[in-house]
Design a protein around this ligand. Structure first.
Ligand code: FE2
Ligand code: FE2
Length: 130
């Protein structure tokens, strides 16, 4: 299975769209390593760390934009981000504890990100375009 970014995810905010593209790529990398029996724990750890770092950077980008613009749904959107970060942190903690990365968890992440981008991030893009 491929975890691919497509134009349907465009929000119209250039920096946000660029970062989403990278996040999809990193989720795909994490999925590949988690479903590859030959991957070492270090490989899995590296992919999860890269994903976590990028998602964290991206959340900062979006939340800065929302605060700067006095975006009315900032608090709801921030709560969604916080929930996702806690899932990601759990995934990394499991990996550190020596358990193998769970491909189902990555598929959950992929679906969560896709839904979040399609609804909440696109709403932010629409607000910015008004
Ligand atoms: Fe986003
Ligand atoms: Fe978001």
């Amino acid at each position: 299975m491929n975890i691919e970014w497509t134009d349907t995810f465009l929000t119209g905010i250039k920096k946000v769209d660029e970062e989403h593209r990278v996040i999809f790529k990193l989720m795909d990398n994490a999925y590949r390593v988690a479903t590859n029996d030959g991957a070492s724990e270090a490989d899995i750890m590296m992919e999860f760390t890269n994903l976590l770092t990028m998602v964290s950077k991206h959340i900062d980008t979006e939340e800065r934009i929302m605060v700067e613009l006095n975006y009315p749904d900032t608090e709801t959107h921030k709560r969604q981000h916080a929930h996702f970060m806690s899932v990601l942190h759990n995934a990394v903690a499991h990996t550190i504890a020596g358990k193998s990365a769970d491909d189902k968890l990555i598929l959950f992440m992929r679906n969560w990100v896709a839904c979040h981008v399609m609804i909440s991030d696109k709403e932010l893009g629409l607000f910015l375009s008004l």
